[in-house]
Design a protein around this ligand. Structure first.
Ligand code: AMP
Length: 305
């Protein structure tokens, strides 16, 4: 079923304890669209890139049958650039550079062919732009999920609150949930998030898994212990892509199905961290994904007797 994905398309410079890269394809929409393309079609992307965005990187998206009609190309500006350095535990990182470039003046266009979409994933981007996309859709989608990060909490908190009030699911990590709500307890943080508007709160805990909250219910998905973790960049976006991809594929927005979506999101994210940039997300197969999902099921399964 149709899914619209909004977010940055970028070049990243990344340093982890295992290596360094000066320029690799990145961006929230890139990771989300690649991940969700394994579940549903069409994946309709809204983003903006600059003159420096390589045709070969556009082709990677096309190869995954991702619709790029809503991706603007600005010939007089550079693409969004982000640089981050991971600490030794790989669970935390410092942002070194955020150059908005084309994102600074981004006015999202919703192509006519995207109207009537059933699912909307608002990836990391200015909350003003995220809200504009909701407002420019003729009909409210069946489910709107959004991601954000500390950068937007620091510079656009009021706008962020306005956007959060309009969505069904907020997906953020533990550190961001604490910053947004001022609560250390993730349960309390989730309650506060749900009082801001969303019916569901997903709190990601890096290698320690993810929590899904809805009313008084909570579901915990484990993090899969991996032998190789090279680069966590994009894991959060990939999680969001797997999550919304599963929801769009099944068309079911019940709490029980969102639990499964959290596991699919976690499984896709577990691939993402195994290589630098989005490389590991290219050329997966449904069988490989299903095998990984079953590892999550076995990991958390136990009998009391
Ligand atoms: P994640 O590791 O899931 O938090 O996502 C990392 C990706 O988000 C990188 O590929 C960046 O290009 C992108 N990114 C980082 N900061 C921002 C921002 N302020 N707005 C939009 N995208 C961003």
């Amino acid at each position: 079923m149709s899914l619209v994905v909004v977010g940055s398309m970028a070049y990243d410079a990344i340093e982890t304890p295992f290596g360094k890269t000066e320029r690799v394809l990145g961006g929230a929409a890139t990771y989300i669209a690649l991940a969700s393309s394994y579940f549903t079609h069409p994946v309709q992307t809204i983003s903006v890139v600059g003159y420096d965005f390589a045709e070969s990187d556009i082709q990677i998206m096309r190869d995954h049958e991702i619709n790029l009609e809503g991706v603007q190309i600005k010939t007089d500006e550079k693409s969004f650039f982000w640089s981050g350095k991971y600490h030794n535990d790989m669970n935390s990182r410092d942002t070194l550079v955020t150059e908005l470039n084309v994102l600074g003046t981004f006015d999202p266009i919703v192509p006519a062919s995207y109207q009537g979409c059933e699912y909307l994933l608002l990836g990391n981007l200015s909350p003003d732009v995220q809200r504009l996309v909701i407002e420019r859709l003729d009909k409210r989608p069946k489910l709107i999920a959004m991601d954000t990060m500390n950068f937007w909490m620091d510079i656009a908190l009021d706008s962020l609150h306005q956007t959060i009030a309009m969505v069904d699911v907020l997906i953020i990590n533990d550190e961001e949930a604490r910053q947004l709500t001022g609560e250390y307890s993730l349960k309390r943080a989730a309650k506060k998030i749900m009082s801001m508007g969303p019916k569901f709160a997903v709190i990601k805990k890096g290698e320690h898994g993810a929590l899904l909250f809805h009313q008084d219910e909570v579901f915990s998905a484990p993090g899969l212990p991996l032998e190789e973790v090279f680069d966590p960049t994009g894991a959060g976006d990939t999680f969001a892509g797997g999550f919304i991809g599963h929801v769009a594929k099944t068309g079911d927005v019940s709490f029980d199905n969102l639990k499964r979506a959290v596991v699919y999101g976690s499984a896709l994210a577990s691939f993402c961290v195994e290589k630098f940039g989005p490389e590991r997300l290219l050329g997966l197969s449904p069988e490989v994904i299903e095998t990984r999902v079953n590892q999550f099921v076995r990991l958390a399964n136990f009998d009391l007797t």
